[in-house]
Write a protein that binds this ligand. Structure first.
Ligand code: PAF
Length: 281
């Protein structure tokens, strides 16, 4: 496994692999890797000849009062996981490598970003789209792998790739959970033991919502209200949003018809956690 810090090094390696006719899979990450990322790497390993993992805590996608400075980082542990998953190349650039002085070009999206996380994190998806499109230009992957946990991000990236004719297949992979149900996230490390227990309200509420849909609930407002009521039972939880939206446009829906994304962001103490399920009616 190689590690590259510069775009030049990555391009040289990619050029050589392409010369050999090898396909390339990219797993973009911000590091502090866990089994969720591991599952993306496994899938990339299965579907591509060479696997590149980018590890870059992208300053552009954090708001001023968000956790950029304290976002957990552990490159050594990340490298151990990548090696175990058979990754071929880690791309770990410094911010100056990705954003040269005078950087002023961004990828922005008018649709899909007005609801859910886009509402409470106004410039977040501009930062995500910009860095992901840069990574696509640098690595030129055949396939790129993203987790369904960040469902809005996955929809946004799919749309960006489609709208801007990016020659890459976007592969969405299932949410990976702890044994007790909590969706795996690098941010789970912020939780103290009491908060860790309280955080189970997210997955419990996802189960409740899923069950209500299975039992025939088609009224999106009533579904969301019942889920919010359930979260409110947990004193440490503060709801950012619970919404039912179209999978394609990320606009609110009135009815659960076809595939609808039911997504939530909830603060547990100071930590903002997200979770979701796809309701099929
Ligand atoms: O999901 C993430 O970890 C990040 O948003 C991504 C896609 C790596 C872009 O920085």
């Amino acid at each position: 496994m190689e590690t590259a810090a510069t775009i030049k090094e990555v391009r040289a390696q990619i050029k050589e692999w392409k010369r050999q006719g090898l396909s390339i899979g990219l797993v973009p990450t911000m590091g502090y890797l866990h089994e969720g990322h591991g599952s993306l790497m496994k899938r990339a390993r299965e579907e591509c000849d060479r696997v590149v993992v980018s590890i870059f805590v992208n300053p552009l996608q954090f708001g001023i009062n968000e956790d950029f400075d304290r976002y957990p980082r552990d490159l050594q542990a990340d490298a151990v996981l990548c090696r175990a998953e058979g990754v071929d190349l880690i791309f770990h650039p410094e911010a100056e490598e990705m954003y040269q002085e005078g950087f002023c070009s961004f990828v922005d999206m008018d649709g899909l970003t007005g609801e859910l996380c886009g509402k409470s994190r106004p410039n977040h998806f501009r930062g995500v789209c910009t860095v992901v499109s840069k990574l696509f230009h640098i690595v030129t992957p055949d396939k790129a792998f993203f987790g369904q946990k960040d469902a809005q991000q996955l929809a946004v990236i799919r749309r960006m790739a489609r709208d801007l004719d990016m020659d890459v297949e976007i592969v969405g992979c299932p949410i990976i959970r702890e044994e007790d149900g909590l969706a795996k996230s690098s941010r789970n490390t912020y939780l103290n033991p009491e908060e860790r227990r309280a955080a189970l309200i997210l997955s419990q509420t996802i189960r409740l919502g899923r069950q209500m849909v299975e039992e025939g609930m088609t009224d999106a407002k009533a579904l969301v209200a019942a889920m919010k009521e359930n979260i409110a039972r947990e004193p440490l939880a503060k709801i950012d949003y619970v919404e039912a939206v179209s999978m394609d446009t990320i606009e609110k829906v009135d009815r659960i018809e076809g595939a609808v994304l039911v997504a939530m962001a909830v603060y547990i103490g100071k930590t903002r956690l997200i979770d979701n399920f796809i309701a099929q009616a």
